[in-house]
Design a protein around this ligand. Structure first.
Ligand code: KG4
Ligand code: ZN
Length: 343
């Protein structure tokens, strides 16, 4: 059985994981840098890069010991080569290349977004072609996932990513970082009907997203309030989350129509990326799927947000297709999914 070691360091999580060919996660170690970035209210790239350098060896060693394996048991090393904060990507990529060279093992460069995009196959063996909503801190896209490396983007955000909007609204309300999970928790005690917020692009043709107008509307709303009670904050959170859900539902309606036209045999809607950890969004997606007779799946919470199991799994999928990368692959801060075509 093939085992791939995956390494992830593109944002604020240093992670290593060993995943087997059959999807068994032998180990998954995540060292979160949240505490180091918290006082700045967001990820500080230089701090992130240094923290990755400090922890990368630790997470790899722990992944091996948790899996009760040695480096000899590993068949290949997969690593995030982008997109992401370049200092962090360099740390992981250089580590992986050095290990692969020293151990004479295959080296596979992975696009972080493809890690998210293939997670449904790791968790639920979802067959291609599936309709994918990829919503993270840096990206919000709707894709037709047709095969490994074959992703057609049918919708994307024209400004902020969904996760970014959660983070920014949480910051405006002084809820702290990272905002998504805190905002979701606040929203559970709020009245979503109290504030009427805009739902950008809702009702328009196509599958694109826009969140900056919504974010601005929340800022204006906050500025208008003299003082903000905890209940006011909760109501704003609930109203904001509701607006996001309403936009996602509307955009997906168009996307599902397109998916069904293009792939009459396709019947899978999946969500991936950090925002997929949001239970209210997952519930809305479950309802949309059942209305449209699609099977819906969302990865478990710990595989929605950044992790190395998804990188190891993308490595497994690519390894099996024969991909072996050379050491001259460069780290990339930008790397669209459409540029991951399998060669
Ligand atoms: O995929 P991810 O871990 O990192 C990126 O590749 O961006 O996504 C992180 C993003 C953050 O913006 C975070 O606020 C958001 O996912 N997020 C959430 C929730 N948990 C994480 N957004 C809404 N609700 C959540 N429960
Ligand atoms: Zn991510």
């Amino acid at each position: 059985m093939i085992h791939i070691l995956g390494i992830e360091s593109s944002c604020d999580e240093t992670a290593a994981s060993i995943v087997a060919e059959d999807g068994t996660i032998a180990s998954s170690v995540i060292f979160s840098q949240i505490a180091q970035h918290q006082e700045f209210g967001g990820v500080v790239p230089e701090i992130a890069a240094r923290a990755h350098l400090e922890k990368v060896e630790y997470v790899i060693k722990t992944a091996l010991s948790d899996a009760k394996m040695t480096l000899n048991d590993i068949d290949g090393i997969a690593v995030t080569a982008g997109p992401g904060l370049i200092g962090g990507v360099i740390v992981g990529l250089t580590t992986a290349k050095t290990m692969a060279l020293a151990l004479n093992k295959p080296f596979i460069a992975i696009n972080h977004l493809e890690g998210h995009a293939l997670t449904p196959r790791l968790c639920h063996k979802t067959p291609f072609p599936y309709l994918l909503l990829l919503a993270s801190g840096g990206h919000t896209q709707i894709l037709l996932a047709k095969d490994i490396g074959d992703y057609e983007i049918i919708g994307t955000t024209i400004d902020d990513a969904a996760g970014e909007a959660f983070d920014k609204v949480a910051k405006m309300l002084g809820l702290g970082y990272p905002g998504g999970p805190i905002l979701e928790k606040m929203a559970t005690t709020g009245d979503a009907s109290r504030f009427k917020l805009p739902t950008p692009l809702k009702g328009k043709p196509g599958c694109d997203f826009s969140f900056s107008g919504l974010k601005t509307a929340v800022r204006i709303l906050i500025e208008k309030q003299q003082t903000l009670t905890e209940q006011d904050k909760a109501d704003i959170c609930a109203s904001f989350q509701n607006a996001v859900i309403s936009v996602i539902e509307d955009r997906l309606k168009n996307a599902i129509k397109m998916y069904k036209e293009r792939f009459p045999q396709g019947n899978n809607l999946v969500v991936a990326g950090g925002v997929a950890a949001n239970q209210a969004i997952a519930t809305a997606l479950t309802n949309i799927a059942s209305k449209n007779k699609l099977i819906f799946s969302a990865p478990p919470m710990n595989l929605c947000t950044d992790n190395a199991a998804m990188i190891a799994w993308a490595g497994v999928e690519r390894f099996k297709k024969g991909q072996r990368d050379s050491f001259d692959i460069a780290p990339r801060s930008r790397w669209p999914l459409a540029e991951t075509k399998f060669e």
